[in-house]
Design a protein. Sequence first.
Length: 245
Amino acid sequence: MITVRDRRPLALQVRDEISELIAERDLKPGDQLPGEAELAALFSVARTTVREALKLLEQDGQIDVRHGVGRFVAPTAVQWPITRLESVTEMMVAMGSPVTNRVISVGMEPASAEEAAALRQAVGSLVVRLERVRSIDRRPIIYSIDVIAGFVVDGNPPAIDWSGSLGALLDERGAAMATSTAQMRAVNLPHGVAAALGEDTHSPWLLMVQTNFTADGRAVLYSHDYHRGDAFTFNVLRRSSGTGK
């Protein structure tokens, strides 16, 4: 309940009240919140105040906005050691919800200069370019573009089921991932992709650009994985060099 003794801005008070409401009603990730009008009446505040409070909850990663649909309780962020090498699908399964992999496009194409350098192949050599989106409860969590060395698929990508784990697929084809090099940076989704997925073009995503190698040093997978910023937290173990700061 909003009280006059609380001297904080009203939007902050309403934000906390909505958080308590989520707990009291035992709303789970994916459950829809009451609408702005209902919340405004419940807390005896203006809808503009409710809207501001909901925006604060969205920024905190507690709720998810689906434009034209409503606001929903957001999934809890996954805490993941960045040093652990495994497939994105395996990471998603750890979130405890059904994972949907949707293949947007797949085909054999000539490698670009960047892709060829990452996979240690000649420019123009054939690779598989795979574009997918991974979702939990119909909420896009990861958008990815994977480029797979052509020798892995024997030139016949249509015969392969690309909706599962790439790690498992590489294992089956004698090209298991053993090590990788990776770079990470905060980005927005590419504009066209954000629009196609119904996502806010200004929402933060974490891009991991990664090249994966087999135990004998063959580069097999070059990937761009966009992780939803409020769904993943990657942990890094740091050690002292012993030389002081």
